[in-house]
Design a protein around this ligand. Structure first.
Ligand SMILES: [Zn+2]
Ligand SMILES: [Zn+2]
Length: 281
């Protein structure tokens, strides 16, 4: 079983990678629309975790995505944890590589408000209540899951663990399907993530909590994805794959998407909200 996922962010968040989109009239959402055409071509299903502001500000472009019978919409925070002006200014002065989001999700009240807004805008736009969630930048704290649970979210995909082949229930009662396949953004040289940038980033904080600190050329990364997916399939587990439409487009204009979707089309793809069926008995 493969749970194919992609995260989508609003243009006004101005994450670093969006500045690598070559055409001025193009956007992360429009790129996701073209990615979805490939999902359709290969007969897959996909869960898109989308920020609330995308639904608020770019609904015209996002609407066709939300109407696809192959798509589940999940929450990805309302605001995308924008960094403070001060923090952006500081990294410009010090030259320390920037990340695209704040380091913490903020106070309990702030998180609760943000989560509730995400759920509300999704329901307003699509007429459906979201049940799946991924924290933007995988940034969460002790308040995050109790808030999600209280507000009706049931499925979470934040845990980075290559050893867990099956979903599991968290202490708060959410169903977690871990990212057990090497994810794209943090492991591929693309956009601003040049070899120099990655070395510099490692020196400064190191991705110590990651299953691997290494980055690869996209072809080598795809080799690893293929191996991991096949291995998990053999055991009857759920392989949760994160392939951002934006990263895949910037890296090689979806060439690797075609390669991996072809492999995935040999297996069953499921939405995040279907992972419950694969909890170990
Ligand atoms: Zn994100
Ligand atoms: Zn990326």
């Amino acid at each position: 079983m493969i749970c194919l996922t992609g995260d989508i962010h609003h243009s006004s968040l101005k994450i670093n990678e969006q500045s690598y989109i070559p055409e001025r009239c193009d956007s992360e959402v429009k790129i996701a629309g073209r990615y979805l055409q490939l999902v359709e071509e290969f007969g897959l299903k996909v869960t898109f975790y989308v920020t609330g502001k995308t639904l608020k500000q770019e609904w015209r472009d996002f609407r066709p995505i939300s109407c696809s019978p192959l798509v589940e919409i999940g929450g990805h925070t309302y605001s995308g944890l924008p960094r403070s002006l001060l923090s952006r200014f500081r990294s410009r002065i010090t030259g320390v590589p920037t990340v695209s989001h704040a380091a913490t999700p903020g106070s309990y009240g702030k998180q609760r408000r943000d989560t509730a807004r995400m759920i509300r805008i999704a329901e307003k736009r699509t007429g459906q209540r979201i049940v799946s969630w991924r924290s933007h930048g995988l940034v969460s704290d002790g308040n995050t899951y109790p808030i999600l649970k209280r507000l009706g979210i049931r499925f979470i995909s934040d845990d980075l663990s290559w050893e867990k082949y099956h979903p599991e229930t968290t202490a708060e009662g959410l169903i977690s399907h871990p990212l057990n396949v090497i994810m794209d953004h943090d492991h591929i040289y693309h956009a601003h993530r040049s070899e120099d940038y990655v070395e510099h980033q490692k020196e400064n904080w190191g991705l110590v909590t990651d299953p691997t600190r290494e980055s690869y050329r996209i072809g080598e990364w795809a080799d690893i994805v293929e191996d991991q997916v096949k291995k998990i399939e053999k055991t009857g587990g759920v392989a949760t794959v994160l392939m951002h439409p934006l990263c895949m487009y910037i890296a090689d204009r979806f060439e690797t998407v075609r390669r991996l979707f072809k492999l995935f089309s040999n297996f069953t793809t499921i939405w995040a909200r279907e992972t419950e069926m694969y909890l170990p008995r």
